[in-house]
Design a protein around this ligand. Structure first.
Ligand SMILES: Cc1cc2nc3c(=O)[nH]c(=O)nc-3n(C[C@H](O)[C@H](O)[C@H](O)COP(=O)(O)O)c2cc1C
Length: 338
């Protein structure tokens, strides 16, 4: 299945004058799932930029081995932004410099994580209540690196009104951010509930830098709707692309006004699953068998044969069993389709 031929598409805009955004669709950072094989597939299906899962600034600046493993990357996925989370400008600046030294062409600052432990440290979504600190953190990071610095925030801490998002966006821009992504749900909504398109619109009209709309995109139609309602420059997709990396292609085509392609065949799905699984094994060794389980469930989503296979995959203990199941599923799905 051909992915988008990106080089032929003119840039809709550039991030910091360096990174072209052609298809207007980005892949969201997601702890536990936006690992290297996932990101490589997202890029091949047309995501303009992919992001690592979040790492914390404190262990990063100490070169903590586990943190560095989370940042494994490859030339094939470039441009991949590395996302870091923290509250102190000076430490965040050192973390940004470390990420640049590791070769990342883009540094993204997490200012939306709702997890209590992170918030207690004044990081993640805690920053949404302190625009001056947002500006200070961004400014320090921008001064520390040559690569563009982007920021990922939420529409606010609570449903307090749309001024929040505009104020937050202005603070990020004032600090020198090259782009801001807004998950259009307040911190108190966590990951569910309707997205606040008015907040996106308010933020978009408050700043000159590109604004990326994020939240709830599960189809090409959703992406078209979100851009239309928000006036934003691009969309970012998180959970909607779990087990469906071709969603990036579908969205890219829809935003370019092109006809949709048929969904991938059983063979193609099995090939993508197999590729993802082998990539995880390469990345983390035998632990990949465990890590792959949730992805397998997502790939099988809505297939009639799913429950049986998901159950067997969850029980699988070895690489060989998973490989056999993937190959077997391909044959079964073909038979079902016939
Ligand atoms: C399991 C999970 C892990 C996430 N991890 C991160 C993260 O590390 N950094 C971040 O900025 N956002 C993270 N997010 C938020 C997503 O990037 C995204 O903003 C959110 O899921 C909304 O987009 P969606 O509705 O398209 O999924 C995570 C979300 C989920 C569900």
């Amino acid at each position: 299945m051909a992915a988008e031929a990106q080089a032929e598409v003119p840039a809709a805009f550039w991030i910091g004058g360096r990174i072209p955004v052609r298809n207007r669709v980005l892949a969201a950072p997601m702890c536990g799932s936006s690992k290297l094989p996932y990101r490589e597939q997202a890029r091949r299906f047309g995501a303009d930029v992919v992001y690592t899962e979040m790492v914390k600034a404190k262990p990063l600046v100490k070169d903590d081995a586990k943190t560095l493993r989370l940042l494994a990357t490859s030339p094939g996925e470039s441009p991949c932004g590395a996302q870091v989370c923290g509250a102190e400008p000076e430490r965040m600046a050192r973390a940004a410099a470390r990420l640049e030294a590791l070769g990342f062409p883009l540094v993204d600052l997490n200012m939306g994580c709702p997890v209590r432990k992170i918030v207690r440290e004044g990081a993640g979504s805690a920053l949404l209540r302190d625009p001056a600190q947002i500006e200070a953190v961004v400014r320090a990071c921008v001064a520390a690196v040559d690569v563009p610095v982007t920021v990922k925030v939420r529409s606010g801490w609570a449903h307090q009104g749309h001024q929040d998002a505009a104020t937050i966006a202005r603070a990020a821009e004032a600090g020198g951010a090259a782009l801001i992504t807004i998950h259009a749900r307040a911190r108190e909504q966590r990951h569910d509930g309707p997205v606040d398109t008015a907040a996106l619109r308010a933020a978009k009209s408050a700043v000159a830098i590109p604004v990326v709309a994020n939240g709830g995109v599960e189809s090409a139609e959703d992406a078209l709707w979100l851009l239309r309602e928000s006036g934003c420059d691009a969309v970012m997709i998180g959970r909607g692309a779990h087990g469906r990396p071709w969603l990036f292609r579908d969205v890219a085509r829809a935003l370019a006004g092109r006809e949709p392609l048929p969904p991938p065949s059983a063979e193609e799905r099995a090939r993508l699953m197999g590729e993802h699984f082998e990539g995880l094994l390469e990345l983390v060794g035998a632990h990949g068998v465990h890590l792959f389980r949730k992805h397998a469930r997502w790939y099988f989503h809505s297939r009639p044969e799913a429950p049986e296979f998901v159950e067997r995959l969850y029980r699988a203990q070895t690489e060989a069993t998973v490989r056999e199941l993937i190959a077997g599923w391909e044959a079964l799905a073909r038979a079902c389709a016939g």
